[in-house]
Design a protein around this ligand. Structure first.
Ligand code: HEM
Length: 711
């Protein structure tokens, strides 16, 4: 069914108004300049003249380029696109964009990290923000979510403390890269038992994602939906990559990615859109009827809890597509999301964390923009008309010609509209409630869902949590922090506590004899579980494969590999000992290839897999290059698929001897695949390419013994 694109066109028009037109440089007042490189001087060596307004205007503008970065989530990357509804939610909401399937709604998504500064590195262990603005016909709706479904605290009152503790420690301003492996953070966490469920997620590979295109999104809080009959239900919002799956990387790799490419995630998002590989996400809801509000073991208003999908399945009702780049300042930096930007049919719940957020965002944005008029910026401007009596203020961009700036008035006054307006649901207040600084009793269970998460992980995912905890706490110096955290771990899983204690070199707290460990699992939480994990069955499309070669490579093998990767929609990048044209053994112009990078300018950590092409002179050069061997060994250490053809098998000596990997025999005509290492002694056959792609689809081969691999 063709969709109506009126909203898309309206948003496009708002954004394109800002584009610069003439091909010449002018002043801010539109006057063309004859020279933009020399200041006006008294003689060629003379002093600069104060009358040079062009110079002063240019420098002044530069001097004022910076605005305060966001107080949290400062580092972010955005993309624009659209939302399409596939199944109407009119049974539970009246929101137009969730009920009218004929409309394509323009959106802007901003991904972010909570802690890194605006120019910090991408690959920190951190929660990723996943904020979506829907420019709907009824006004802007902002879903300001994260890539994990729970938050470390239950009440907004604690937010400044949480963030202060995670920031660089105030006496030294270290660590300053947006990381949490320091005493203050774990001190606060250890004194905040409610954080334990979120901590399990944060220590998992979810918080070192492979790509922003491969994360889930969650609204976190329970929100309220209202339908046209005025009926109320509760809702949790969900997003998942449509085909790419949810993937993390390995932690040792994460530590190195920032050095090789601090823009790893930003570049990945930008490049994917530039190639036309538009990220797509399914949009879903978990809806709870009003009558079930109090039927769970946990409180729906507690943001440290999920609603297990076994209890309330997700209805996948729509799709987000990101197909446009944004202006990094005009859109990514100036977009101002706010959880209070709601449309008729979606309302907030009484979640005390959410209630605090409703205050915080507008407040901080007035600080960030220095004016209340940031809503007039093209990225923030709704496509729905804005009509009210808000006037003036710094940087007011509107011209008002009407007589009245108040209502009611004696003229044709603007008025509210009960039909179109955001309804307020007449929700009963708890009978007999008094003002009180406390929470409902169900908020007090801090361990059940932390156990549920840990229990639901595969053994390798549990090991990664243990490793991450050992790294984070291993960087802490205060033994009191270790002991308190081990005590929490002991309440989640005995093995977790024992293994982290062993890595920290401290005594584990004694086993808890009168404590009940839950054995519940949910099959929707693991990334790796082959039956239902979030990466199961994901496509290899857009995966980056390093094809390594040197002068004298085998042109036919290269062609077969590059075509095979291309037809699977993977991205092949040539890595060679030097830049420029690399000649094949045929030495013909049409078989030469251009190197994308060298072993000096890139490292294996930014690729998903590697294939070494044969050809005697090429392999001779590669075998003599320690950097090339390190590239392959690192790929092995990071559990990635590796392919090698013919003489290039000789580059896998360390892998086969120290990693105990079986390679194909020199005489064998079949392709051998062992632990994700795919070898062929008979060229790059279609079978070789297929088996390699299957290995790429497995993402990582966690079963490898990497302990003796030199790299
Ligand atoms: C009381 C708790 C919280 C407070 C006080 C708070 C406050 C803030 C503030 C001040 C910003 C910067 C906004 C700006 O300058 O435009 C921000 C950004 C953000 N917050 Fe929160 N936050 C809280 C909890 C949460 C939670 C629970 C989530 C996830 C559900 C979340 C997700 C985000 C995201 C994604 C951004 C970045 C938005 C963007 O990309 O511009 N926050 N938060």
């Amino acid at each position: 069914m063709p969709r109506k694109d009126d909203l898309m066109e309206a948003k496009e028009a708002q954004l394109s108004e800002q584009k610069q037109q003439p091909p010449f440089i002018t002043s801010d007042h539109g006057v063309c300049f004859e020279n933009d490189t020399d200041s006006l001087k008294a003689g060629v060596r003379g002093p600069v003249q104060i009358e040079d307004f062009h110079l002063r205007e240019k420098i002044t503008h530069f001097d004022h380029e910076r605005i305060p970065e966001r107080v949290v989530h400062a580092r972010g990357s955005s993309a624009r696109g659209y939302f399409e509804l596939k199944e109407s939610l009119s049974d539970v909401t009246q929101a137009a964009f969730l009920t009218d399937k004929s409309v394509r709604t323009p959106i802007l998504v901003r991904y972010s990290q909570v802690l890194a500064g605006r120019n910090g590195p991408d690959m920190t262990r951190d929660i990723r923000g996943f904020a979506i603005r829907f420019y709907t016909s009824e006004g802007n709706y902002d879903l300001v979510g994260n890539n994990i479904p729970v938050f470390p605290i239950q009440d907004a009152m604690k937010f400044p403390d949480l963030i202060h503790s995670a920031r660089p420690e105030p006496d030294t301003e270290m660590p300053s890269a947006g990381v949490t492996n320091h005493d203050n953070f774990w001190d606060f966490i250890s004194l905040t038992p409610e954080s334990m469920h979120a901590v399990m997620w944060m220590l998992s590979d979810r918080c070192i994602p492979r790509s922003l295109r491969m994360i889930q999104g969650f609204g976190v809080h329970t929100f309220v939906l209202l339908n046209a009959k005025g009926e109320r239900s509760f809702v949790k919002f969900h997003l998942r990559p449509s085909t790419l799956g949810v993937h993390g990387i390995c932690f040792d790799e994460a530590l190195q990615v920032n050095g090789v490419d601090p823009d790893f995630h930003r570049r990945d998002l930008f490049d994917a859109i530039a190639r036309g590989d538009f990220p797509e996400f399914d949009f879903g809801v978990q809806v709870v009827e009003e009558s079930r509000e109090n039927s769970f073991d946990f409180d729906l208003l507690d943001a440290t809890k999920i609603i297990p999908e076994e209890l309330v399945p997700v209805r996948w009702v729509g799709k987000l597509v990101l197909n446009k780049h944004v202006d990094p300042f005009g859109e990514n930096e100036q977009v101002a999301f706010c959880p209070a930007n709601l449309v008729p049919g979606i309302d907030t719940s009484n979640d005390p964390l959410l209630q605090g957020r409703l205050f915080s965002y507008l407040d901080t944005q007035i600080n960030r923009f220095g004016t209340v008029n940031f809503t007039r910026l093209p990225v923030n401007c709704p496509v729905a008309p804005v009509v009210n009596n808000h006037r003036d203020g710094f940087m007011q961009g509107c011209i008002f010609r009407d007589k009245f700036n108040y209502s009611p008035n004696r003229g044709a006054s603007i008025r509210v509209d009960a039909q179109r307006g955001c309804p307020t649901h007449p929700t009963p207040i708890q009978p007999g409630a008094t003002k009180i600084r406390a929470k409902s009793e169900k908020f007090a269970d801090h361990y059940s869902q932390a156990m549920l998460f840990f229990n639901s992980m595969t053994p390798i995912e549990q090991q990664h949590i243990i490793d991450a905890a050992s790294f984070e706490l291993g960087s802490c110096k205060e033994s009191v922090v270790h002991l308190r955290m081990l005590d929490h771990f002991n309440h989640i899983n005995r093995d977790l506590a024992v293994k982290v204690a062993a890595k920290l070199g401290c005594a584990c707290p004694p086993a808890l004899l009168d404590w009940t460990y839950s054995t519940q699992v949910s099959k929707h939480l693991s990334m790796l579980d082959p039956l239902g994990g979030t990466s199961a069955g994901s496509s290899v499309e857009t995966r980056q494969v390093a094809v390594i070669l040197a002068d004298g490579f085998d042109a036919e093998q290269f062609l077969a590999v590059s075509q095979g990767l291309k037809s699977a929609k993977c991205v092949a990048k040539i890595v060679a000992p030097r830049k420029g044209k690399i000649e094949s053994s045929k030495k013909t112009e049409d078989t030469a290839v251009e190197a994308d990078s060298t072993f000096f300018t890139t490292k294996s950590v930014v690729f998903d897999g590697v294939i070494a092409i044969g050809g005697a002179p090429s392999v001779q050069t590669l075998a003599a290059s320690g950097a090339c061997l390190a590239f392959i060994n690192q790929s092995f250490r990071h559990y990635k698929p590796i392919g090698a053809v013919d003489d290039a098998l000789s580059l896998l000596l360390d892998v086969s001897s120290y990693g105990k990997v079986q390679l194909t025999g020199k005489e064998s005509s079949s392709v051998c695949s062992d632990q994700g290492v795919v070898s062929s002694a008979h060229g790059a056959s279609s079978e070789f390419v297929k088996v390699f792609l299957d290995a790429l689809g497995m993402h990582r081969f966690w079963m490898r013994d990497i302990s003796r691999i030199p790299a």
